[in-house]
Design a protein around this ligand. Structure first.
Ligand code: ADP
Length: 720
């Protein structure tokens, strides 16, 4: 007997192994097999052995892990993702098995709980304190000693005397079963109508719906109803609620816990490795039924996934930018369609792809047009900076300053939004004009005053700010150009010296817990002015916040990015949505040099659908997504000559295919990063074009070298 085993490695499509007599293996079984001198974990894969290796050379499977097998649906999904993104199946399996520590036999810890005390045991005051602290729930010796205010030795001696019962802890305890009816809120009429539609979708067991509701409309409560319905319908059903990493906050987890009566399993990069092992193991055995996670949660070893909810579905954080360049929203929708379960996408500013799919009738649309409760949407106004420019080296225009002052006098809070970390985005020598760049990249260095360093935001390179210009050696001539959040905060502190000004950006909230502390202070009204990057744009409710100022609303509109306008619109309306979440009406001021830009017009008029319509029309005219398809081919190499040679060779061998065009090669906007040069091709096809087959034929026709790396990005979002 032989089986095919797929290994979680970026090569091949599985190897044959012999099955020892004492094992009986089925596709999906997780096994350990020899690979050269190593032993590797793999999965018995469907499709059978290929028989290429003769029997006498075949190596045997070493052992089978005693865990549930991967579901056939999951294996089908791995195969499909691999073919869609043109990567080896093993590379996709690696995303599923990455938490394979869930397979290890982790030793349980011993704990102690109360029992009848044998009569011969002498009870000192300390021992009594321990017995009082012990309960029906097992505690470790340490916990018990701490609770009783004694040393661990007292606990142990009591246990040895038989006065405490030892019990083994499960190191990966199962998650509590979610209760679909635990903390159900009374829904508004609008919410109830939406919830009824989503419940019907869940009962149908298929289809994708867009929950399209303005910020603060209570979308979360509505999709909770879909989650509840799925959990109720099948006692084994598993549900995944996906959020962009930065929106996966403690308040959100608390909300889920209150709604479903038990803390959900959660999966994101901040979860400890023990925490992830527990989630992985409990998803595999089917007992983790409600999981909330970031993008990679899609590749957990699901047994019976029955619903995926994708909150903030438009968010580009769903597209993985390294390794396998997958888009978690697109893959979730594909998974639902292949496996026959429904998918709910939620957003106040849906992606054009999703809007288009609604228009075509592929997705249904559930609308929540007004905010929950008394809150109303804020008024948005654009400040024309051409008419009222800020003073030199200041970033707030006079009318904005006046409104901020007025808001602060009323005791309300202000958010100054600028999606730029650090003090100044560019540092220039006033004498010779040199722009400071990293030594091995073409990127500008950003000044950070907190740390007094110059940092490259692309590669993370950093250096102390030099006293002299490295080019002309003049002293004290390096000048910051333009604003970052630190510089805007400096201005705010100068203008309102008696107010509390804080910065929220990934630099200022690096330490664990600091983001939470800052957000709590903002929520409690202890901060008057919060200067924030996009990191604070999502999901937070600050009841005292009534004024949001977009310091540079044009940022993001420039550059050749296909989605620049769409993305700017999305983030500005998210940020605007932070204003006036309680009963006071909010105000939004957007400082712009392009007040007539369609994004600004859409935000001031509130006519989102007209903006989407116009954007879609443009995309249609130029055959871009969602009307056409894109793929990028990115070549990179340390050796620039070899890179250019291979790019030229590929350019001269572009196959002819109806409806498919290839542009390039062109240097990537950051041509050199960390000493690596990059050239790009862009392939555009029609909606139905098979870009994968085209790219695969093309690349196979030009022999590569190990000096040049080729990466294909299907449906690219990043053009850098
Ligand atoms: P969205 O996700 O649409 O921006 P949320 O679901 O976060 O909106 O809801 C906004 C606020 O309104 C939250 O503070 C939420 O707790 C509250 N809320 C929404 N629906 C209800 C409800 N039915 N009952 C009580 N509070 C609600």
């Amino acid at each position: 007997m032989r089986v095919k085993v797929l290994l979680p490695l970026p090569m091949g499509a599985g190897y044959d192994y012999a099955v020892p007599e004492d094992l009986s293996l089925t596709p999906g079984d997780i096994v350990s097999v020899p690979l050269g001198p190593r032993e590797v974990t793999g999965v018995v894969w469907p499709g059978g052995a290929d028989g290429k290796v003769p029997d006498e050379k075949l190596k045997p499977v070493k052992r089978q892990f005693s865990v549930p097998r991967l579901s056939p649906q999951l294996m089908d999904f791995v195969d499909w993702v691999a073919s869609y993104y043109m990567v080896p199946k093993g590379a996709v399996l690696r995303m599923v098995l990455r938490r394979e520590q869930g397979l290890a036999d982790v030793k349980g810890k011993t704990g102690f709980r109360r029992c009848a005390v044998p009569p011969h045991v002498k009870l000192t005051a300390k021992r009594k304190a321990v017995l009082e602290a012990a309960g029906d729930r097992a505690l470790s010796a340490r916990e018990l000693a701490e609770a009783a205010g004694v040393t661990d030795g007292v606990v142990r001696s009591l246990a040895e005397a038989g006065a405490l019962e030892p019990v083994m802890f499960d190191p990966d305890p199962p998650f509590g079963a979610p209760d679909p009816d635990a903390g159900r809120k009374e829904l508004s009429q609008q919410q109830e109508a939406g919830a009824a539609e989503l419940r019907a979708l869940v009962r149908d067991g298929q289809g994708t719906a867009l929950l399209d509701g303005v910020t603060g409309s209570g979308k979360t409560e509505v999709y909770f109803e879909a989650v509840a319905e799925a959990l109720r319908a099948d006692p084994e059903a598993q549900v995944l609620v996906m959020l962009p990493e930065i929106a996966l906050t403690l308040p959100f987890l608390k909300r889920l816990e209150e709604r479903f009566g038990t803390p959900p399993a959660h999966w994101h990069s901040d979860v400890s490795s023990a925490g992830r092992r527990r989630v992985w193991k409990r998803v595999l055995d089917g007992s983790a039924r409600l999981v909330v996670g970031a993008r990679s949660a899609l590749f957990l070893p699901w047994q019976k996934l029955k619903l995926i909810v994708i909150d903030e579905e438009h968010d580009q954080a769903y597209k993985q930018q390294d390794g396998i360049l997958y888009h978690a929203r697109d893959m979730a929708v594909a998974m639902g369609a292949r496996q026959g379960f429904p998918v709910v996408l939620a957003s106040a500013t849906p992606s054009l792809e999703t809007v288009h799919n609604c228009e075509l009738g592929r997705y249904s649309r559930v609308r929540l047009p007004s905010r929950y409760g008394p809150a109303v949407l804020p008024d948005v106004e654009v400040l024309d900076l051409r008419a009222v420019p800020p003073e030199a080296n200041r970033w707030l225009a006079e009318p904005a300053v006046a409104e901020i002052t007025e808001t602060l006098i009323r005791g309300k809070q202000v958010l100054l939004y600028l999606n730029r970390r650090g003090y100044a985005p560019v540092t220039i020598c006033r004498r010779c004009g040199e722009r400071m760049t990293a030594p091995d990249s073409d990127t500008w260095l950003v000044e950070h005053r907190y740390t007094n360093r110059l940092i490259c935001h692309q590669t993370g390179f950093s250096m102390p700010k030099p006293e002299a210009c490295p080019h002309c050696q003049a002293k004290d001539t390096l000048a910051p150009c333009g604003p970052g959040v630190e510089r805007v905060a400096e201005e705010a502190k100068e203008r309102w010296p008696d107010k509390v000004v804080e910065i929220f950006s990934s630099d200022t909230v690096e330490a664990p817990g600091s983001a939470k502390a800052l957000l709590e202070r903002m929520t409690a009204g202890e901060i008057d002015i919060l200067v924030a990057t996009q990191a604070a744009a999502k999901g937070h409710n600050f009841p005292g916040l009534t004024l949001v100022v977009g310091v540079d609303a044009d940022l993001g509109l420039s550059g050749g990015d296909l989605r620049a306008a769409e993305r700017t619109y999305q983030v500005l309306s998210q940020v605007s949505g932070r204003a006036g979440r309680a009963k006071d009406k909010g105000r939004v001021l957007l400082q712009s040099y392009q007040p007539d830009h369609s994004v600004n017009l859409a935000l001031t008029s509130g006519d989102r659908d007209a903006f989407f319509g116009a954007e879609l029309h443009c995309r249609d005219e130029i055959g871009m997504p969602p009307f056409g398809r894109l793929a990028s081919v990115i070549l990179s190499a340390e050796d620039e000559r070899k890179l250019l040679e291979e790019a030229r060779a590929l350019a001269s061998h572009v196959p002819h295919a109806e409806g498919i065009e290839v542009w390039g090669p062109a240097p990537a906007p950051f041509y050199r990063l960390r000493g690596i040069y990059r050239q790009r091709f862009l392939i555009r096809g029609r909606k139905k074009s098979n870009l994968q087959a085209f790219a695969s034929d093309w690349l196979a026709g030009v022999k590569g070298t190990s000096a040049v790396r080729r990466v294909v990005d299907i449906d690219p979002y990043n053009f850098f």
